[in-house]
Design a protein around this ligand. Structure first.
Ligand code: NDP
Ligand code: KPL
Length: 287
């Protein structure tokens, strides 16, 4: 079984380190590094997979896991062009709800398996990662989904299939859209303990719920309260990946995490002023 991970950052590096315990893993990286050192909830995991930085050096594999940021899809596509053969399965593990649309310019839509990931991970340096919680991944039910679940059978990560991927993806988006407050304030998760910030988070999520329902997701009325409770229950010093991007001066997944709520809301005639404001503020902050 040959597995390639395109974008071995916080999530990709964590998953690659777990997969490398059982399989031959190739890391398709932008920045070269020698080995993976992941501090997991079960202790340190070290792996030294092959690291490539030039797509010309790669060839077809059995599985490709795409774990770049959403805004790096075009760069990931250069790798897909050489890694994907007739039998290759491609999983896109990113936040947002547009995994398939994002990669449809590069691959037939039925070859793209979307995956929702809830594995908080922070990258201190290339290959050096802290996995905060074991977490979970959900993929759509079906043959490819079952095969993906089997890939992780030797790991403690909870990898399952779902018959309602739309609901899973919008539920995760609800969590992520609220995380914009951290990137805006440059304060970690504990900022959710402030009642004024929690109120903004609930408003962001309420808009996500309205739009997600219009998109077919089955979302509970109290999701805004659940999201805030989740942030409050987690580690106060947790840095989400949007916040990490702003701290590092990288582009941000603003469009995939908040902009999408505004865009899809507009298509349904649903007002999303709080997400629109957050998008404008983060775009201005990132200029
Ligand atoms: N971090 C987290 O806790 C979670 C993140 N997510 C989602 O997972 C996805 C990945 O996030 P995360 O792991 O945090 O992101 P990171 O920024 O940590 O990692 C992305 C990686 O992609 C690499 N990359 C960019 N362009 C290319 C390219 N052309 N070829 C090869 N590699 C490339 C980057 O390289 P370089 O080293 O040069 O920057 C980096 O290593 C996002 O959609 C995010 O929203 C989901 C759940 C949790
Ligand atoms: C909030 C979190 C850590 C949940 O997995 C996440 O999705 C991110 O940082 O992008």
């Amino acid at each position: 079984m040959r597995i390639a991970v395109i974008g071995p950052g916080a999530v990709g590096g964590t998953l690659a380190a777990w997969l490398a315990q059982a399989y031959e893993v190739t890391l398709c990286a932008r920045t070269a590094f020698d080995r993976l050192e992941v501090e997991t909830p079960e202790g340190a995991l070290v792996a030294a997979p092959t690291v490539l930085t030039d797509p010309a050096a790669a060839g077809p594999v059995d599985w490709v896991l795409v774990t770049t940021k959403t805004y790096d899809a075009a760069g990931a596509a250069a790798w897909l062009a050489v890694l994907v053969g007739p039998q290759t399965c491609v999983a896109v593990l990113q936040n947002g709800v547009e995994h398939v649309e994002r990669f449809a310019p590069y691959l037939p839509a039925d070859r793209i398996m979307p995956a929702v990931v809830d594995i908080p991970a922070e990258r201190a340096a290339p290959g050096v990662i802290r996995q905060r919680r074991m977490g979970w991944i959900k993929v759509p039910a079906g043959e490819a989904g079952q095969a993906f679940v089997a890939l992780f059978a030797h790991t403690p990560i909870e990898v399952t299939t779902t018959d309602d991927f739309t609901t899973v993806a919008w539920s995760k988006l609800a969590l992520n859209c609220a995380g914009a407050v951290n990137a805006l304030t440059l304060k970690p998760s504990g900022i959710a303990h402030r009642d004024d910030i929690a109120a903004i988070m609930r408003d962001l999520v309420a808009e996500c719920v309205a739009v997600g329902r219009a998109q077919g997701a089955d979302l509970p009325d109290d999701l805004p309260q659940q999201v805030v409770a989740g942030y409050r229950a987690g580690p106060a010093d947790g840095i989400n990946s949007l916040h990490a991007d702003r701290l590092a001066g990288r582009p941000m997944e603003i469009d995939a995490r908040n902009g999408v709520i505004v865009r899809k809301g507009a298509a349904h005639g649903i007002a999303t002023p709080v997400n629109a404001m957050v998008v404008a503020l983060l775009e201005a902050a990132g200029e």
